[in-house]
Design a protein around this ligand. Structure first.
Ligand code: F6P
Length: 324
């Protein structure tokens, strides 16, 4: 074990995700178990630039494991993207005695971490985003809760859709990726899933399918549309005009980012937070914690940022078969 890291900082950055609090709690208590001091950097990199830093002890993280959002707050900082901002942020870390930081966030946050490390701060990233769009890992904190939240909301839309024999287009988050959409598509048994990754969007085929489904006795038609495709409201207008079936669009939006984390998110966040501290105190830096093929592991940040992944084609084809 290296003695170099005396004080560990923790921050959350980018879009918040349910389970971030559980990860912070794990970072704090694991660091304390190693005899390290812990400081919480509030409001992500922009808070770091404003020296918005607080001491954390075991009691600071009492009762937060089941709370959504992030009690350290979060932000997206334009100033931190500049070399001057990054240099200044590293100096603020040093002024506060912080020699290692755990950054909980997505790819953009890890790029920020890499920049800080250039100025001598040890950094480890923990994947926290509802989007699941971090290539090096099969799991990101918040994804499970977001899919469950969206699934429950879509079940409710389905009830009213069936009662009125309508078609419903439900837009889910995910930035440019369709992981939430495919998850809900399968979990909700949607008739159609429109994903950026499989973009061969053919509205005429969808219209024909809606008419055929109605003739086959289906009372509703649920289309899950990924945020990366968007335009759900105009799509609904066109589909209604072409099918003669009332069609409504529902954009789920930010409700998908909130709420109490599921057990899976709490457990994964706790394990990933603890893992991040383990590797920091062992002297590693510039790493991203990941969950790959059932195990926790870590990757070099650059390697992680250069990796790619896509929607599982088997999931996509199964979703299509089951929707008929
Ligand atoms: O990354 C999480 C996410 O909710 C995406 O799904 C969405 O595209 C984006 O953040 C919205 O970001 P903001 O909170 O800045 O509006």
């Amino acid at each position: 074990m290296s003695d170099e890291i005396r004080t560990i900082g923790v921050l959350t950055s980018g879009g918040d995700a349910p389970g971030m609090n559980a990860a912070i709690r794990a970072v704090v208590r694991t660091s304390l178990a190693y005899g390290r001091k812990v400081k919480g950097i509030r409001k992500g990199y922009s808070g770091l630039l404003k020296n918005d830093i607080i001491d954390l002890d075991s009691r600071s993280v009492t009762d937060i494991i089941g709370v959504g959002g992030t009690f350290l707050y979060t932000s997206r900082s334009a100033k931190f993207r500049t070399p001057e901002g990054q240099k200044q942020a590293a100096q603020i870390c040093r002024d506060n005695g912080i020699d290692g930081i755990v950054i909980i966030g997505g790819d953009g946050s890890f790029r920020g971490a890499k920049a800080l490390s250039k100025y001598g701060i040890n950094v480890v990233g923990v994947p926290g985003t509802i989007d699941l769009d971090i290539a090096c890992t099969d799991y990101t904190i918040g994804f499970d809760t977001a899919v469950n939240t969206a699934m429950e909301a879509i079940d409710k839309v389905r009830d009213t859709s069936t009662s009125h024999e309508r078609c419903s287009i439900i837009e889910v988050m995910g930035r440019n990726c369709g992981y939430i959409a495919i998850g809900c598509g399968i979990a909700n048994g949607a008739e159609e899933i429109i994903l950026p990754e499989y973009y061969n969007y053919d509205e005429e085929r969808i219209v024909e399918h809606i008419i055929e489904s109605r003739q086959n006795g289906k009372r509703h038609y649920i289309i899950i549309n990924a945020e990366g495709i968007g335009h759900s409201t105009s799509m609904a207008r066109r589909i209604e005009a072409a099918t003669g079936i009332e069609t409504r669009a529902t954009i789920l939006g930010y409700l998908q980012r909130g709420g109490c984390p599921t057990a899976r998110d709490r457990v994964m966040a706790s394990m990933m937070g603890a893992y991040a501290v383990n590797i920091l105190v062992a002297g590693k830096t510039d790493r991203v914690v990941a969950y790959k093929n059932g195990d926790l592991c870590d990757f070099d940040i650059d390697e992680a940022l250069n990796m790619t992944k896509s929607i599982d084609s088997l999931e996509y084809s199964v979703a299509n078969i089951l929707s008929r």
